[in-house]
Design a binder for this molecule. Structure first.
Ligand SMILES: [Zn+2]
Length: 694
């Protein structure tokens, strides 16, 4: 989707799962059909030939995995996330389609028109590249790299994607009550810096295919073959230099590594080739004297690159980013070529997704809190909110109990941890106060114009936060989203209405399954407040050590145990002469810590809940005890298939482990699992030694 130019929220928060497959266009025959209901616990998914003590994922998911290959329009197909995401999107489409046909309010008219403009592919074809011509004309006028700050700001002011870097306003890591200017590395098109710089056959092939893709896109835009080849070489050279100067994802997970406050004067001295004063003035942000430069090495290198590359090369770079960043909104030829490389080659997605799916997601992305108002009325009754409040309270209590009994933590640190826990705020379902999008002009015949105006609106909304108090009620996800997150600066957990549905959350089923589903999700998000990253922040959301030195050392020994355990898991199998890819235990450490903690504390909460109801955890339903149903409910959230390409990409870029290891890694470290399934110590799911943080 269209990237907004904010400090990427994904680095500051911790969503449960990365977003879905690359959007792509137009299987004309694909008509919306109501998706099937999703079973909370599906006993037909089990592979009963597998031994749960040897490979629990295979036992819980084996039959589902065998019978549910990745559909052509997806790259990952998960029993819970994907099915629910498809269902929510269908419900959203019904709402958008009705609003586009006969809106009943100004709000419905606005999002109905936004959706209709996206669906109107004949107008998109007719307009061709006309909507981006003004930007290209401005780029053509570049004669000297000194003009870059003025040009880049001019393009951004019209919503044109430019690459280069990310800039926005965000909370100061060391004083979360302040909102300050922040600069962050960026400027790449491939999914990670490794794609540019790792010297092996796999990446060399991808780079060669990328160059072909660049040439094809420039040729589609009307450039002669020699010109397209020159532009492609410019883009690859500039992006490779940016990649070399970028900090790795793993290093960026360490909050101290992305906190470098400079005065504007010092920052300008350090990066003389780009006139920041001109840029900041032209983009219309208020004045400021200092800013956080998350990745100083990147900006030093960028300044050098601006001096060493001629104006002509920057023209190629800017033309490319305007094409690439808007390819999904351009005529079919651009869309298809973009899909062929970024969808099919990079991720193994066979077919483009249907236009109605693309346009529904796009409207949710741009106007989510307008669309969401009707969506939650239909799909999130007040009783669901009340049940969630109870579940969250149960999980808070069990995390508190867990902290009290932790074997490795001293009392002063336990007290500090309990204080932080007590300060976590909960946001459930949807915002108390909705965003007002009324100033965005939506034109039913102007898809790209709508996207530009929405992009600029979001940017200005973010800029207006500079120096203002923090709005604690703000949400980072739209209501129909199937995901959840913890934000360390807010110290809050957020559960959109979209995930509070079966199979995660089901009124009609026994508590064990709900605790294994949404209970573990809640526990996961709470534990993020105490993972290797979240634990660096205090209850007020400030980067400040609250553990004693002794406890921090003990904590790190435990997180090191998890990191090395998960580094031993295979993320993608060997294929031909391409070696198997192992998981990066450091990149996935926060998520794995949260999975392990979530599984433990949701179990404790289930015990409490059943005890309060006078029920036994050994009671059987459909042949399984409540204990066993808890672990099965948990595991079946993560049944999934994934293309090999997507597995390889995720191993480099996704801080989450694949489903198999989210399940087997977590149960291996929790002795209650072995007891529930009567395993013997030494079997694979009950190893002689295991890791535990929380
Ligand atoms: Zn997470």
């Amino acid at each position: 989707m269209n990237c907004t130019r904010f400090v990427p929220i994904l680095l500051l928060a911790a969503p449960l799962l990365v977003s879905g497959p690359a959007l792509a266009q137009q299987a004309a025959a694909d008509k919306p059909t109501p998706p099937p209901a999703i079973k909370s616990l599906d006993l037909t998914a089990l592979d009963k030939t597998a031994d749960p003590c040897t490979d629990f994922y295979q036992f819980a998911c084996g039959n589902w995995v065998k019978n549910n290959p990745v559909p052509g329009d997806q790259t990952r197909w998960a029993r819970s996330f994907s099915l629910l995401r498809e269902r929510n999107r269908f419900l959203l489409w019904q709402e958008l389609d009705a609003a586009a046909a006969s809106p009943k309010s100004p709000l419905q008219k606005q999002f109905g028109d936004y959706f209709a403009a996206c669906m109107d592919t004949s107008t998109v074809e007719k307009k061709g590249l006309t909507p981006i011509q003004p930007a290209w004309k401005a780029i053509d006028g570049l004669t000297d790299v000194k003009q870059l700050p003025a040009l880049v700001s001019q393009l951004e002011n019209h919503g044109t994607p430019v690459g280069f870097f990310n800039f926005g306003v965000g909370q100061d890591d060391k004083d979360s009550s302040k909102q300050i200017a922040q600069l962050f590395q960026g400027g790449l098109s491939l999914p990670d810096r490794d794609y540019y710089i790792v010297d092996n056959k796999h990446f060399a092939e991808i780079r060669a295919q990328y160059v072909e893709h660049l040439k094809k896109m420039f040729a589609l835009a009307g450039d002669a073959p020699e010109q397209a080849a020159k532009e492609a070489a410019d883009v690859l050279r500039i992006e490779t230099a940016m990649a070399k100067a970028s900090t790795s994802r793993t290093d960026l997970r360490v909050p101290e590594n992305r906190y470098h406050v400079y005065t504007l004067v010092d920052f300008e001295k350090m990066t003389p080739a780009f006139d920041w004063k001109t840029y900041f003035q032209a983009i219309g942000i208020g004045s400021f004297d200092s800013l956080n430069v998350a990745t100083p090495d990147f900006f030093k290198a960028l300044s050098g690159l601006i001096q060493s590359e001629p104006a002509g090369a920057w023209k190629s770079y800017l033309r490319w980013h305007s094409l690439h960043g808007q390819a999904q909104d351009l005529p079919k030829a651009f869309f298809d070529e973009n899909f062929a490389f970024f969808g099919k080659t990079l991720q193994g997605q066979e077919d483009p997704i249907a236009r109605w799916k693309q346009c529904s997601s796009m409207t949710d992305y741009a106007l989510g809190e307008a669309v969401g108002q009707d969506w939650v009325k239909q799909n999130f009754p007040p009783a669901a909110k009340a049940s969630m409040d109870k579940l969250v309270a149960a999980l808070e209590k069990s995390l508190g109990d867990d902290i009290k009994t932790l074997p490795w933590m001293t009392d002063p640190t336990k007290k500090a941890a309990e204080e932080k826990l007590a300060m976590i705020r909960n946001k459930i379902g949807y915002p108390e106060k909705w965003r007002d999008y009324s100033s965005i002009k939506v034109d039913r015949g102007d898809l790209i114009g709508n996207v530009h105006r929405s992009t600029v609106y979001e940017r200005n909304y973010n800029f207006a936060k500079l120096g203002q108090p923090v709005d604690e009620k703000e949400w980072g996800m739209t209501p129909p989203t199937v995901n959840a997150y913890y934000d360390p600066s807010f110290n809050d957990i957020n559960f959109p209405a979209g995930i509070l549905q079966p199979p995660f959350f089901d009124f009609t089923i026994d508590p064990a399954v709900n605790f294994g589903g949404i209970g573990v999700v809640i526990g996961h998000e709470m534990t993020h407040g105490f993972d290797d990253e979240g634990s660096k922040y205090d209850g007020k959301g400030n980067l400040r050590e609250w553990q004693t030195a002794e406890d921090r050392k003990a904590f790190t020994e435990r997180t090191d145990c998890l990191a090395s355990e998960y580094s031993g898991f295979e993320a993608a199998p060997a294929q031909g002469d391409t070696a198997a890819q192992m998981l990066n235990g450091k990149l996935t450490l926060g998520e794995n810590t949260a999975d392990n903690g979530g599984l433990r504390i949701a179990y404790l909460a289930l015990l409490d809940t059943l005890a309060a109801q006078g029920k036994s955890i050994d009671e059987k339903i459909d042949g399984f005890t409540e204990k066993q149903r808890y672990f099965l409910g948990f595991a079946q959230v993560w049944c999934q298939n994934q293309t090999d390409q997507a597995s390889r990409q995720a191993a480099l870029t996704d801080p989450h482990s694949p489903g198999r290891w989210r399940v087997n890694g977590s149960v291996q470290n929790f002795d209650e699992f072995g007891k529930a399934f009567h395993c013997t110590k030494g079997q694979p799911m009950v190893p002689a030694s295991s890791c535990r943080v929380w």
